[in-house]
Design a binder for this molecule. Structure first.
Ligand code: NAP
Ligand code: GCO
Length: 266
């Protein structure tokens, strides 16, 4: 166990919801470090699209259809992966949704759906994977948290509640399974340019930038949105032996937005 071993050679990494976006970028980085990539999506056509994207990137990934909120389906999915690919060494709970609705206008059904995907699912998938990690004597779980694990903002009550809960689930898994040499940490991306945030970057009818886009750029010292690839290195670090004594931490990859008061208006 060396603190400078960043290799993932021969490790099986399951990244949920990784046909595109942040999950796909993390999977690419892990493949670059030697990992065997397994991912899932809700529909076969999305899994097929994902497989084609991985192939175009020179990665022979294993893709499966699975809704991460369905415990029975997840247990069958994990058993299938363990039989067809091998025991899972690394789990990235990446799959997630957001619904931007003012809380008093949000239905309980919508609130519950966000909690289901963003918080219940990481519980379900981690619960399915941990026994195999205990048997192997090691494991890495990385939960994709958010700045909304720390902050609120208008219209994202369900998402913030879920991501705040995911931060504490991360700490609890770290506490409960650390003795089995399982490390559970979170990655807290800042604002990343993916389909999930596309509505916040849409050009305005007059061709100007979305006000929220301008707001985020003014609040980020790097003066830009993050790219999904910005998360690859931190994910490889948390998945590797180099982080064996890092446990229960949330690693924020936010370009410094949480440290900065914001650019003064010119
Ligand atoms: P995205 O582009 O919307 O991708 C989300 C992925 O999750 C999609 O592949 C989606 O599949 C999958 N998914 C959703 N529900 C699922 C379910 N029930 N079962 C299986 N897969 C499911 O989002 P992203 O921006 O890449 O975000 C990925 C993660 O990072 C999320 O947890 C998000 O909360 C978090 N995050 C994002 C940002 C950001 O600024 N983008 C910042 C912080 C944290 P479908 O295409 O089939 O729906
Ligand atoms: C939003 C955004 C954010 C990002 C991310 C920030 O509407 O505020 O979608 O929630 O997705 O979670 O870290």
């Amino acid at each position: 166990m060396s603190s400078t071993n960043f290799s993932l050679e021969g490790k099986v990494a399951l990244i949920t919801g990784a046909s595109y976006g942040i999950g796909f970028a993390i999977a690419k980085a892990m493949a670059g470090a030697g990992a065997v990539i397994v991912f899932n999506d809700i529909r076969q056509e999305l899994v097929d699209k994902g497989l084609a994207s991985y192939e175009a990137a020179g990665i022979q990934a294993h893709g499966y259809v699975c809704d991460v909120t369905d415990e029975e389906a997840v247990n069958a999915f994990v058993a299938k992966v363990e039989a067809e690919v091998g025991p899972i060494d690394i789990l990235v709970n990446n799959a997630g949704i957001i619904k931007r609705i003012p809380m008093i206008e949000m239905s309980a059904k919508d609130f519950r759906q966000v909690i289901d995907v963003d918080l219940n699912a990481p519980f379900i998938v981690s619960k399915a994977v941990i026994p195999g990690m205990i048997k192997k004597g090691h494991g890495k779980i990385i939960n994709i948290c958010s700045m909304m694990s720390e902050f609120g903002r208008e219209t994202v009550s369900a998402y913030a509640a879920a991501k705040g809960g995911l931060k504490m689930l991360t700490r609890n898994i770290a506490s409960e399974y650390g003795e089995y040499n399982i490390q559970c940490n979170g990655i807290g991306p800042g604002y990343i340019a993916t389909p999930q945030t596309a509505p916040l970057r849409e050009k305005q009818p007059d061709g100007s930038r979305h006000p929220f886009d301008q707001f985020i750029v003014s609040k980020t010292p790097a003066g830009r949105w993050g790219e999904a690839d910005d998360l690859g290195g931190p994910a490889v670090f948390l998945a590797s032996d180099a982080s064996d004594f890092v446990n229960g931490q949330i690693l924020y990859v936010d370009g410094g937005i949480q440290a900065y008061i914001g650019r003064q208006p010119s």
